[in-house]
Design a protein around this ligand. Sequence first.
Ligand code: SF4
Length: 314
Amino acid sequence: MDRTPHSLLPSIQLDIADWFSDHARQLPWRSADCSPWGVLVSEIMLQQTPVVRVLPRWQQWLERWPTPAALAAEPAGEAVRAWDRLGYPRRALRLHAAASRITEEYDGEVPSTVAELKSLPGIGDYTAAAVAAFAFGVRATVVDTNIRRVEARLFSGLALPSPSLTAAEMTLADSVLPLEEAGSVRWNASVMELGALVCTARSPKCSDCPVRDRCAWIAAGEPEPTYQPKGQPWAGTDRQLRGAVMAVLRAASTPTPWDVFFTPPVLLHEASLSKPLKHLHALGSEPSRLERILEDLVKDGLAERTENGLALPA
Ligand code: SF4
């Protein structure tokens, strides 16, 4: 703990846990009967997408694929289709690859240790720690953007954590994690929730915070951030164009001929123009740029070039 006396830690842990008991959102992946697979799916979906958008997709996903084996039995393209507009669809491919590995090597059961989880394709340090903690009650240091922000303010007096995770932050996170397993799981969940609901990035609601009187950032006079976080531009980016192409592929039940992506809509038969295709054309991309995007999607495994055109992967 950089600036906060160690003697304050037990009361901070207790007060944040109490706040969590009163204010935590009821989310299905937090319910006692949620399977480890449900927790794993939620963690991957939540990485770059807000809860409100994840909820309906998560529910549909678990209804359709209640186990890793159920997902592994279908083509990866179906996972990409069901991912819909959650964004960063490579996560769907990673989830499919993880489901296949779990089915083949772990008898269809999500493994419970951080090391085993990290050995699954596409599962990094954060996801492995979060699934071990929230699905299996393991004491693991979970460090997501919300936890990083709360701990930077509460313990280090900084307005924001550094742009990327540092070794010092991990040391801090390790040092404030309760030693006992149940307490550690509660700490991870409650600090994450405090960051999501109260200690938010742009305007923390410090008057609602249970540890305001012990917060190092408040004690330091609420200093300004030392850098401006980069926003995530969308309009005009490759991400927007990739999203538009993926929407065309998801909506199509057969491969989309390559030239259809490049033919002006007035030259296409109205019946062959899906709404996503109209949207893609409305973005007015240069053909060379669009071609590069299509090639990149193939390289990334999100699309497949067949003799009849472009399609989701088989
Ligand atoms: Fe965050 Fe404000 Fe609470 Fe400090 S007092 S932890 S800045 S919400």
